[in-house]
Design a protein around this ligand. Structure first.
Ligand SMILES: [Fe+2]
Length: 387
């Protein structure tokens, strides 16, 4: 008999497929909106992707203002700047084009438009959900973050050295795999393993649910089969399409149950070592799964099966954790992912982040109690086992 579990929901419709960005203008016009603030970063502008979004809006007769000053790990100051521009220019919808940073800035800027003033009032460790009414359309250009199909925006509070969240409603996701073919190799692997970590953490979190499992398992299978191909042959549109779908499904998987201690480690790496989010998640992932495997063995068996690992069906949780961790580290080495040591970070600097990991609210969702000792041992293992 199926055990009662927490609810699954997904926030907005998703349009998926090569060339889908062309639908952006028509979609905004059908929403009855007249002027969009288009939010992106310098790389997206240089790759010509911001121009594609703007062209699609112009072709449909929708006005636009461009905000191209997003940086990675955006702070609340960036969000305030974008939101203030949207209010000043009379924009009535927001379009985030890019990786997690641009999409999260767009989501949080909706809060500024809802209640003009510093958004830090809403970027908290346990934030309220803000029903902003402003349409937010999200167009990912990486295959990793899944931010286009979650309600959470992760924003840095640099004065506190933390990343906290805001929760808003989103309106539409447009996922166009063609936008990912120019993604550099290191971003392909970082973001691809971020997607894997969303799926795997959502499947092993305390508040797992049946529907998230479905998307998570399918996402892991797609990443396992396609990430190497997308990395080594970036213009293989089939592999890029599969990765875009995997990242989107992994986003659907973690929207409700959220992630856990792997992401808490990544947040600490990001705040203290200025490491890209996906790289931090990937480095933390093998040992995170090894940590939880003994307490959620059957969930780990599903993950190992989705990774197409050779299984007898008699493995202990611990053995499943070791198998998945070894396979992940193999993928990381194959795709030249740097270790903490290779990045010039010492073991002592790494284990010194134990308090940050314990205090990150995501650690509460880990099926293992994340005490100071557990966090310190986990960080030490992350350092030692991928050297
Ligand atoms: Fe992530």
């Amino acid at each position: 008999m199926a055990e009662y579990r927490p609810a699954f929901s997904q926030p907005a419709p998703i349009i998926f497929g090569c060339g889908a960005i062309a639908a952006l203008g028509e979609q905004v016009r059908e929403m009855g909106r007249k002027k969009a603030l288009v939010i992106f970063d310098r790389g997206i502008e240089d790759a010509g992707i911001a121009g594609k979004a703007i062209d699609a809006l112009a072709l449909a007769g929708v006005g636009y203002v461009a905000y191209g000053r997003v940086v990675s790990d955006p702070s609340d100051a960036i969000v305030d700047e974008a939101g203030e521009l949207a209010v000043r220019e009379g924009c009535d919808c927001l379009v985030g084009v890019g990786g997690g940073s641009s999409m999260d800035t767009a989501k949080a800027a909706a809060i500024y438009m809802h209640d003009p003033g510093p958004v830090r009032r809403y970027i908290l460790q346990t934030p309220p959900f803000v029903d902003t009414k402003t349409p937010v359309i999200l167009v990912p250009t990486t295959a990793g973050t899944g931010s286009e199909c979650t309600t959470v925006a992760i924003i840095s509070r640099p004065e506190l050295n933390v990343k906290w969240s805001a929760f808003v409603n989103t309106t539409l996701a447009i996922v166009d795999p063609e936008l990912t073919v120019t993604l550099p190799k290191y971003e392909t692997v970082n973001t691809g393993l971020d997607a894997f970590s969303h799926a795997a953490e959502a499947m092993t979190v305390r508040a797992w649910n049946y529907h998230s499992d479905l998307f998570g398992e399918a996402a892991i299978r797609k990443v396992t089969r396609n990430l190497r191909e997308a990395y080594f042959r970036p213009y293989n549109i089939e592999a890029r399409s599969e990765m875009s779908l995997a990242a989107n499904w992994a986003g659907l998987a973690f929207n409700n149950p959220v992630t856990h201690v792997g992401h808490a480690c990544s947040d600490a790496f990001s705040c203290h070592f200025h490491m890209p989010h996906g790289l931090g998640c990937a480095l933390a992932l093998p040992e995170t799964l090894a940590l939880v495997a003994p307490v959620v063995p059957e969930r780990m068996r599903v993950i190992a099966r989705a990774m197409e690992l050779p299984l007898t069906g008699r493995e202990s949780g611990e053995a499943l954790g070791k198998l998945t961790a070894d396979a992940l580290r193999g993928m990381m080495r194959e795709m030249d992912m740097k270790s903490l040591a290779a990045l010039g970070i010492s073991r002592a600097e790494t284990t010194a982040l134990a308090r940050d990991v314990v205090e990150n609210h995501l650690s509460e969702y880990c099926p293992v109690d994340v005490t100071y000792d557990v966090a310190e041992r986990l960080l030490g293992n992350i350092y030692d086992t991928y050297a």
